[in-house]
Design a protein. Sequence first.
Lengths: 111, 113
Amino acid sequence: SQQGEEDPQALSIQEGENATMNCSYKASINNLQWYRQNSGRGLVHLILIRSNEREKHSGRLRVTLDTSKKSSSLLITASRAADTASYFCATVLSGTYKYIFGTGTRLKVLA
Amino acid sequence: DTAVSQTPKYLVTQMGNDKSIKCEQNLGHDTMYWYKQDSKKFLKIMFSYNNKELIINETVPNRFSPKSPDKAHLNLHINSLELGDSAVYFCASSQTGRLEKLFFGSGTQLSVL
């Protein structure tokens, strides 16, 4: 299967704490993206990191990419109850238009 | 205005029936996708069209047939529905050549009884 793996599968933290989730993938990629899915809704794009980048920031989000280990991490700082959602990484396979999604991490932020 | 809209949002039907899900995007994108999300939340790509041409066709039963009348629309027709087809189906679009973000519809929850 081309599908990426994410860990942890589920994460429960207190408001104000940081949340870290990891993604591993298998093939050569053009870029890696992170998406959020609120319950019963479609996925929303959060951040994109290209294969020649190592780190990227956007507001409270920090993404790292290690192409030698085929892995990425998403850090959400100072989490809020509204961050409660499922988070997915997605890779775009080199030479294709195919976006492959990871297995997702369910984040619960307790108020 | 909703960027990517799918109809219907919910679809409940009997085994053996034929049903269609419609998708429209008003973003001017030229690539559209269908994804299936199962009960474990795994997202699997099914099809992709670029300017009405099929460019991705994963291992999907031939009971599933996508149709793209123009680059703003991508419909999914499913024949002889089976219990295992129950899932949430998402339409998405992107601008080809940029390999950047996908815009998703809100999903169609299909329940086959």
